[in-house]
Design a protein. Structure first.
Length: 299
């Protein structure tokens, strides 16, 4: 796998602070966001690289491993263990495995080959030949609320490759899904890495989601609130005609069971829809209307 310079991607130096990383990521993510660069594959690829770089450098532990091992940072634990074994071997004067001694019968070249087969030798030969899982990729996918309401397919460009995925209905903002084997190729015939997709669901101006329930506000006039009537209300899956009881109070809430958001990966299960009535008071009354209200006020 080619080395990816995350510092270069974010236009940073290696001594960048956490705040520097945050500022650089926000600036570049806005510049290359797919919503601002529709049908621009290069910008989309750059956006994925920016997210990947931020995912590593913004995490102190991942950054420490990356600074030490570069492209092999995800195998830091294995590499640290190998280095520890090598130091132990050297400190014991060539012994390994709790006292089992290896001496004699090896010339310089033989020992070098033997040592490399055990610990990677001076050049890390064993480390290079060991199979390692490929690097995981991370991608952000922007959805609106209606996108998240239905199961549908989308095509992503990840590291220059197109990946077609099925997005189940009911995904939540910030939720991650894992696509095994869609990361970078493995090292030395190791398994490929995985692809982790994080969903960013934008707010809807009308529908407010809380878990699997949906909340909306609907306006009715004073006469409908007082006398009752009907109101056509738009839901996420179509319009419904509702009866407004007479004497409906401002902020009164109506619950429509099963008209909310689909429950993630649970077929035919939905949350509820809550409608809060907003009573609109009449303005600019003519004299006759005012007189009628004055008469009503005396009852």
């Amino acid at each position: 796998m080619d080395y990816i310079d995350y510092y270069k991607i974010l236009d940073l130096k290696k001594d960048a602070t956490a705040e520097d990383i945050k500022k650089a990521y926000r600036k570049l993510a806005r510049k290359h966001h797919p919503d601002l660069n529709p049908n621009n594959e290069e910008a989309n690829k750059k956006f994925q690289q920016i997210n990947e770089a931020n995912e590593v450098l913004s995490d102190p532990e991942k950054r420490k491993k990356y600074d030490k091992y570069g492209k092999d940072w995800q195998h830091a634990d294995q590499l640290d263990a190998q280095q520890q074994q090598q130091r132990q071997y050297q400190s014991q004067g060539g012994s390994y495995g709790g006292g089992n001694s290896y001496s004699g019968g090896f010339d310089g070249d033989d020992f070098s080959d033997f040592f490399s087969s055990m610990f990677g030798g001076g050049g890390g030969r064993s480390s290079r030949n060991s199979p390692f899982k490929g690097q995981d990729y991370n991608a952000d996918l922007q959805l609106n609320l209606l996108d998240a309401y239905t199961t549908h397919k989308q095509t992503l460009t990840v590291n220059g490759k197109q990946v077609r995925i099925t997005i189940p209905a009911g995904v939540e903002n910030g939720q991650k899904i894992k696509l095994p084997g869609y990361g970078a190729a493995g090292v030395n015939n190791g398994p490929p890495g995985d692809l982790f997709i994080k969903f960013n669901i934008s707010d809807d101006p009308k529908f407010k989601r809380k878990g699997n329930d949906i909340y909306i506000q609907e306006e009715i006039d004073l006469y409908t609130a007082v006398l009752g009537g009907e109101k056509i209300v738009e839901t996420l899956n179509g319009k419904v005609k509702l009866k407004v009881p007479e004497g409906t109070q401002p902020d009164a809430t109506l619950r429509l069971k099963g008209k909310g958001f689909p429950v993630y990966k649970k077929e035919n299960q939905f949350g509820d829809l809550y409608i809060k009535w907003q009573v609109k008071l009449p303005t600019n009354l003519n004299p006759e209307q005012k007189e009628l209200f004055e008469k009503l006020s005396k009852f």
